[in-house]
Design a protein around this ligand. Structure first.
Ligand code: PAF
Length: 291
């Protein structure tokens, strides 16, 4: 089971000790000397465990952070009811992590909502960012703090949050942060529902209706031979056939720029969906290739 540390000083001391011990045993670039960070907000499910498992495979010290970051929640979002299940999370991680960093908000933001922010730029205002103003600034701010606190060689993120992955990659590139980003594919239930900590909010009928997101992506992917517009139309039609699901956005983006793909786009693209199922907002995405 991983050791839980709650303060930045304690975490840094543990990481320093681990790096020293690894250096005594071999060259600094050997896997044993590596520090791998898996940033999470807890309420861990198998998707998170697949991130930790990738981290473990990379070798070295695996640090999983568990912190429900108030900065990335809007005033009407689910910050207060976001599930906090630290003991179960630590148990679920088992041997997949060495350290769990579970700070309080006061430890992370001792002066209250921190005055310095990382801004996500134009792409941060699109799609998720349009529906959740300030979300990506808050996310990048805490991720950059975690990178500074842990100083990982590698940080592992899930493809399920595709726009987050893109923006973290851009931050690393734009700010020359010395960390490699590893991305792990979305883990799904057998029926296709992407795992999410928010799935636990769904009632039985909503759980069934939530399958519309992955079904819409599949419908879009099946229509790619008709081009961007046809793929998008097929996916939207699938959502509109399910009255319980309220579509927020369904876009096809160029994975390099994260801007909407032109109607004559060919090659790899990403289809992104966000929708409300009852009171729960869910997202999903799928890689497609336009012929
Ligand atoms: O993906 C998440 O759980 C969060 O956005 C992250 C990366 C842990 C930052 O709070």
């Amino acid at each position: 089971m991983p050791e839980v540390v709650t303060t930045i000083a304690e975490l840094r001391a543990r990481i320093r000790d681990a790096r020293r011990a690894a250096a005594l045993e071999g060259p600094a670039d050997a896997p044993a000397g590596r520090v791998v960070l898996v940033p999470t907000m807890g309420a861990l499910h198998n998707g998170h465990l697949s991130l930790a498992s990738r981290a473990r495979d990379l070798g070295g010290l695996v640090v999983v952070s568990i912190f429900v970051n108030p900065l990335q929640f809007g005033p009407n979002e689910d910050l207060d009811r976001y599930p906090r299940t630290l003991d179960a999370d630590v148990e679920a991680l088992g041997d997949l992590a060495d350290l769990v960093f579970a700070p309080t908000a006061a430890e992370m933001y001792p002066r209250g909502a921190s005055s310095t922010r990382v801004t996500a730029g134009e792409i941060g205002g699109l799609y998720e960012g349009a529906s959740r103003p300030g979300h990506f600034d808050g996310m990048l701010t805490v991720v950059s703090k975690l990178f500074n606190i842990v100083q990982p060689d590698v940080a592992v993120f899930g493809q399920k949050d595709a726009q987050q992955v893109h923006l973290v990659g851009r931050m690393v590139e734009d700010l020359n942060l010395p960390v490699t980003i590893a991305v792990v594919d979305t883990v799904r239930e057998p029926d296709g529902l992407a795992l999410s900590s928010r799935n636990r909010y769904l009632g039985p009928d909503e759980r069934t209706a939530a399958l519309t997101l992955s079904a819409a992506l599949a419908a879009g992917a099946a229509a790619v031979t008709g081009g961007v517009e046809a793929a998008r139309a097929a996916a939207v039609a699938r959502v509109e056939a399910e009255p319980v699901v309220k579509l927020d956005y369904l876009v096809i983006v160029d994975p390099d720029t994260f801007r909407e793909a032109a109607s004559d786009h060919t090659g790899p693209a990403l289809m992104l969906i966000a929708a409300r199922v009852g009171g729960t907002r869910l997202i999903d995405n799928e890689r497609i290739t336009l012929p």
